[in-house]
Design a protein around this ligand. Structure first.
Ligand code: AMP
Ligand code: MN
Ligand code: MN
Length: 325
């Protein structure tokens, strides 16, 4: 675990920062927040960001235009950070830079994270990586740009401060951030709530075609390649669909999947508390949190659904048995 972030970095002259594939709000916020913070703390250091291209709506954050999505860097970093990634595989194209660095540091909050890198700081009870960073950062090097990025990340991973991962430490972190001058509700409106017309169309279509099963305790929706091509959408446009499935009354687990290749699906799982979906996702090679997890699975939509259902049903039955006792 890290006690003092700046001591951990020492006198590094070259610092690299990365996050997981298909970067979400927490990932982008953490990467750009750390970038801004370290730019203030290490005026002379060469600080680079390596990340898959994030959604354009995050372009208001400082450092967005510095993101390198080519992952090409000939040298060795003194320090290299992996943020918001539960395992080494999920930083994909940055793996080499991370492993090749003089010191590699992992900061994350996934319960499935077993720790990787020379220094690993994992807090599974934290709402977000941005919450962890907020507590690590010293006031001296904070500014509105850092605060904006961290606020964005916390807002995204907590569903605007609502999900059960939102705790006292989350609000403490937010208390620290809102002292800086920025418009928090503009950030949540424009990066979380606002949807494009096609995003809403695809949401509507998924809900319309969703399947309710297991006596109404499980709901599943999917988007195939044909629909993706028809609407001209990609994986970034599906953010929030699984959460809408999840709020269906009576549902314990919501499943959303989209086709990523021939007989290959990216699966998102959400639980309302009875089922540990991180356990389900981990079984299929993915991971995440108790109430939000994901994995990639092979087969047809129905194959994938059947395989997931077995695990979900087993957990539900166990829960039912415990509750009857
Ligand atoms: P998603 O459903 O993609 O929003 O992901 C929900 C949570 O599970 C996030 O915290 C992800 O970081 C995590 N997650 C999603 N997919 C994977 C995967 N293939 N491997 C490990 N963790 C994942
Ligand atoms: Mn994330
Ligand atoms: Mn996160």
């Amino acid at each position: 675990m890290i006690n003092n972030l700046l001591e951990e970095i020492g006198s590094a002259k070259t610092i690299g920062i990365t996050g997981h594939v298909r970067p979400d709000g927490d990932c982008v916020g953490a990467v750009l927040g750390l970038y801004s913070y370290l730019s203030n703390a290490y005026k002379d250091a060469d600080i680079r960001i390596f990340l898959e291209e994030p959604a354009e709506m995050f372009s208001f954050l400082k450092g967005y235009d510095k993101i390198d999505s080519t992952f090409a860097y000939p040298g060795q970093f003194d320090v290299f950070f992996s943020l918001d990634s539960g395992d080494l595989e999920r930083i994909e194209k940055s793996q080499k830079l991370f492993l090749g660095a003089k010191k590699s540091i992992c900061i994350d909050h996934h319960i499935s994270n077993q720790g990787f890198g020379d220094v690993s700081h994992v807090e599974p009870q934290a709402s977000s990586t941005c919450e962890i960073l907020t507590h690590m950062f010293e006031d001296e090097y904070m500014d509105a740009e850092v605060a904006k990025a961290l606020y964005t990340g916390i807002a995204h991973d907590t569903g605007i401060f609502r999900y059960s991962c939102t705790g006292a430490k989350t609000f403490e972190a937010l208390g620290k951030l809102v002292q800086y001058d920025f418009d928090g509700s503009k950030i949540t409106d424009e990066t979380f709530l606002q949807k494009t017309y096609v995003q809403n169309q695809i949401l509507g279509r998924t809900l319309l075609e969703s399947i309710l099963f297991m006596d109404g305790r499980c709901i599943a929706g999917s988007i195939d390649r044909k629909a993706m091509e028809f609407y001209g959408v990609n994986s970034r446009d599906f953010e929030g669909i699984v959460n809408q499935l999840q709020v269906t009354k009576g549902v314990e687990v919501a499943i959303f999947m989209h086709e990523t290749g021939t007989l290959e699906h990216k699966v998102s799982l959400r639980s309302n508390g009875k089922v540990d979906v991180s356990e389900v996702a981990s079984y299929f090679g993915g991971g995440g949190h108790v109430r939000a997890a994901g994995c990639t699975m092979n087969g047809t939509f129905h194959d994938v659904l059947n395989n997931l259902s077995l695990h979900i049903e087993r957990q539900l039955m166990e829960q039912d048995r415990m509750e009857q006792k």
